[in-house]
Design a protein around this ligand. Sequence first.
Ligand code: NAD
Length: 407
Amino acid sequence: MATALAQLRRAVEQLELPENDWNTLSTPRRILEVAVPLRRDDGRVEMYKGYRVQYSTTRGPSKGGVRFHQDIDLDETIALAMLMTWKCALTNLPYGGAKGGVAVDVQTLSLAENERLTRRYTSEILPIIGPERDIPAPDVGTDERNMAWMMDTYSVNAGFSVPGVVTGKPIVLGGSLGRTSATGDGVAIATREALKLRGIDPEGATVAIQGFGKVGYWAAVALEKMGLKVVAVSDVYGGVTGFNSVAEIWDYYRANGTLSGAPGTDSITNQELLWLDVDVLIPAALADAITKATASQIKARIVVEGANAPTTPEGDAIMNSNGIQVVPDILANSGGVIVSYFEWVQDKQNYFWSAQDVRDNLNSILMKAIIEVEEMAAFKKVTWREAAHMLGVSRVAEAHRLRGLYP
Ligand code: NAD
């Protein structure tokens, strides 16, 4: 939260916004903390902490992922909900920002336990979610199965089907074509554009990706299609180099549940991956990967933040002074929420788009945001991160001003 608040403070100062704006923008709108009981398969009952934070609803219903991870707490959930607020404003989506989750190690749950936990968490936050209120989506530790259970739990309570209550659902339940790969596709588009702006030909440019989950994997697939060479990937246990293609290493990973030991590859640690001599580094795992301790040894020319908040302020300052171009999280990984928006629109209209329509619309919204950030950074002589925050924060501040204060 300290990092997110410091970024906001800087944007407020750079925009010369009045103190009243700082007061409203730095305060989350609504916080719900819930106890989530889970009956384990062996009959034991355990209690888990769950959260849903609606940071802002000024520009529309709040929107943000649901994270199942043992390390989440309220402080981090508020920070991530704040970031979602600026991200939705930066991409001009008609949403505020939210985030939620349960502090649970999802690896320890059976499928049935995961379903019970998801349904109970949904029922605990039910009064504050809905297609016009707050629309959850997948994040770390959750996927389209969890979204199907959330949609079903909400719908059973409503008495009718409400597909628009969550995004990232399976296609047959009102999901959107292209949503599964959307965040990774957006990361790839942002990478391509950042390379071009630096005068580097994307064809043959080398990439290392930390995190081989929903974001990292799909980014790897899209980047390879664009002609880049993915030379290293990692998961929580470490990484590998020396594979021939993303498909090859993915097949091994799926079959063996680990990256290590893939034929013809060399194992590396997550830290070694950060320091590889590549054109592009993509942190796509968790927060605080790039810190004071790790930033000075980064050799990549461009860092594209697939993960949310992967860089600490000290790490950011070091990369800036070393001339590394950082594409900030709220721009780089916004493809997910952009296609979530398309899913919500399709659910509202009961009219479903082709994959090509999704791709074209994602590209045009993201390209507009990239160009605006680039122009703002050049005009104000600030970093891309500062420019992205200035754009997002100024739009929320303007909406606040126009709506006025009730009563
Ligand atoms: P995921 O659970 O699908 O994958 C996470 C990956 O990170 C896994 O490969 C895991 O093994 C790896 N990992 C976990 N801890 C690690 C560590 N300490 N070091 C290295 N690797 C580690 O999650 P995801 O949906 O891909 O999300 C990844 C990041 O992207 C998160 O910060 C998330 O908030 C952000 N994000 C996700 C989406 C989305 O649509 N899923 C959208 C925007 C941003």
